[in-house]
Design a protein around this ligand. Structure first.
Ligand code: FES
Length: 82
């Protein structure tokens, strides 16, 4: 079953799926490069550790880890794909 995205970065409205996309499709290998691929940088930085966990899990081929959350479209990914 496909899980809905979970917000990782509230400053940039990035979800775990946005960050995983930056790794799998954009070649990012760390949280900093993932944010650059998505078109921004850290602002407050409170999401850095969680974003890095998503990067690490994606690089290891592990499924994203969460079970609840709103079923929304990840706007930054849609904008990057256009
Ligand atoms: S929550 Fe990600 S930079 Fe602030």
């Amino acid at each position: 079953m496909k899980s809905p995205p979970m917000y990782i970065c509230l400053c940039n409205s990035y979800t775990d799926k946005d960050i995983a996309f930056a790794v799998s499709e954009g070649g990012a290998r760390c949280a900093d490069s993932a944010y650059k691929v998505l078109g921004s940088d850290f602002n407050c930085g409170s999401c850095r550790d969680c974003a890095q966990c998503v990067v690490d899990d994606t690089l290891e081929g592990q499924p994203l880890q969460h079970s609840t959350g709103p079923d929304i479209l990840p706007a930054p990914v849609l904008m990057a794909a256009e």
